[in-house]
Design a protein around this ligand. Structure first.
Ligand SMILES: Nc1nc2c(ncn2[C@@H]2O[C@H](COP(=O)(O)OP(=O)(O)O)[C@@H](O)[C@H]2O)c(=O)[nH]1
Ligand code: SF4
Ligand SMILES: [Mg+2]
Length: 425
């Protein structure tokens, strides 16, 4: 069976959903009629969109159909919403139905769906009404609209371009650690203290171990004693223990993957000819489906922070925090020392979409995000992009604090560099 991306067309009655379906599929798949409720059930069409691949398109009934039959249709429409990877919300700016549009937006957002807004211009003056629509529906601030005439075949190209530019297809396959090679050794550096839960590794560590083993490569764990490593009297001994351990293999490991909080130590201890990166960097690249360069780009904002600016520290789970915890201890310490007037906020756990004042933050520093789905993480990123808030990541941030060389080193395994130009490549 071919795996298809599901695209659903939603909106109020007579907003032009079926017309848009026909524009996309270039055929009369859906009956188009001004009589409300013409689309009696869900119509589907299978086709191929160049740049996305095979898709299944759903033309749904208007969510605002009031009759008993309408109620049934509404259920089906909502079930379709769940199934979709992309929600095309068709709005008639000349006659919007805020209730329907808000309901659809809220539902789609609660399911972390990708949403694109298509404003269907029945008449040219409708273009002017888009502004009013946007001022009336708060949630629209997260979405740039495309304004087209759905019944004009000449608009097909603009519609396809809009979808291709904005939509991230679901089938982007990702490798967790793409640099891992068969029969090579990979060292996982793991700090533990009394608070570290017993009986299991943390998810990033588990995922890395499993991935490396699956690739017929050899993962090996080193428990680092960060207290000793940072303490003047213990550091040499701890460093020797680490270097002796590396020697033990009789050949160089290919790469070291460290807990980000040990970057201050590993930036100095990692041999020059061994690659280095962090769990958090690997996780954010994997769970964001390849957006590490965007997170690296966010680092540039740090230099621009002024007293009073707000920075939000975000973790996607409520794990037990060890004493040198990154989110509550390490990052705050850096800001108190270097940017004393900067106001820090925290968002721990799963709910992020509910932050009303997201746009007021100057920077978001996000953990690896390994406990939420790529869909959820990408929904967060879309919101941040829409409101223009830069974002970076724990591993990148803690590497950046060690200087350009350390940052360059942890980015290298991902084909990125720390030079200002290539960070945003
Ligand atoms: N003038 C004009 N009419 C349109 C446009 N899009 C749709 N229509 C008409 O509006 C009516 C309702 O469109 P339809 O696609 O069936 O809406 P749906 O209920 O949302 O599926 C039909 O008569 C369409 O021909 C448009 O862009 N311009
Ligand atoms: S979701 Fe974030 S804080 Fe929780 S284990 Fe994963 S990387 Fe760490
Ligand atoms: Mg219809």
């Amino acid at each position: 069976m071919i795996e298809r991306d599901h695209i659903g067309i939603f909106g109020k009655m007579n907003s032009g959903k079926s017309t848009l379906m026909n524009l996309l599929t270039q055929q009369e798949t859906s009956i188009v009629d001004p009589t409300p409720g013409t689309t009696s059930d869900i119509k589907t069409a299978l086709c191929e969109i160049h740049g996305i691949g095979p898709v299944k398109i759903f033309d749904t009934a208007g969510l605002d159909e009031g009759s008993f039959l309408g109620g049934k249709k509404k259920k089906k429409t909502l079930a379709t919403l769940k199934e979709c990877d992309l929600v095309l919300l068709v709005v008639d700016p000349g006659q919007p139905d805020d209730g329907t549009e808000i309901e659809l937006l809220e539902l789609a957002r609660s399911m972390d769906k990708q949403v694109l807004i298509v404003c269907n211009l029945f008449e040219e003056p409708d273009r002017e009404k888009i502004k009013t629509l946007y001022s009336e529906i708060e949630l629209l601030k997260f979405y740039n609209p495309l304004a087209i005439r759905a019944n004009d075949i000449g608009e097909r190209e603009a519609l396809l371009k809009f979808i291709l530019d904005e939509y991230k297809p679901k089938r982007t396959s990702m490798e967790l650690l793409p640099f891992v090679e068969k029969e090579e050794i990979y060292i996982l550096v793991i700090p533990m203290d009394e608070e570290t839960p017993q009986g299991r590794f943390l998810r990033p560590q588990q995922l890395a171990m499993e991935y490396i083993t699956r690739k017929f490569a050899y993962p090996s764990c080193f428990r680092i004693d960060l207290g000793r490593a940072r303490n003047r009297s213990g550091t040499e001994e701890e460093k020797h223990r680490f270097l002796d351990y590396l020697e033990m293999f009789g050949r160089k490991p290919k790469a070291i993957i460290t807990d980000s909080q040990a970057m201050d130590v590993l930036a100095n201890w990692c041999p020059g000819d061994v690659a280095l990166t962090t769990f958090s960097i690997a996780m954010i690249q994997y769970f964001s489906k390849g957006r590490l360069s965007e997170f690296a780009h966010g680092l540039r904002t740090i230099d621009t922070l002024k007293p009073g600016d707000k920075v939000l520290i975000v973790e996607a789970c409520n794990h037990s925090r060890i004493c040198e915890d990154i989110g509550t201890v390490q990052i705050p310490k850096y800001f108190y020392q270097n940017y004393p007037g900067v106001v820090l906020g925290h968002n721990f756990g799963r709910e992020f979409q509910d932050i009303d004042d997201l746009g007021t933050y100057k920077l978001i520093i996000h953990c690896g995000g390994c406990m939420i789905s790529p869909q959820k993480l990408n929904a967060r990123i879309r919101d941040l992009k829409a409101v223009g808030v830069p974002y970076t990541n724990y591993g990148l941030f803690l590497s950046y604090l060690q200087g350009d060389k350390a940052l360059g080193k942890v980015l290298e395994p991902w084909g990125l560099a720390a030079e200002s130009e290539s960070i945003c490549a």
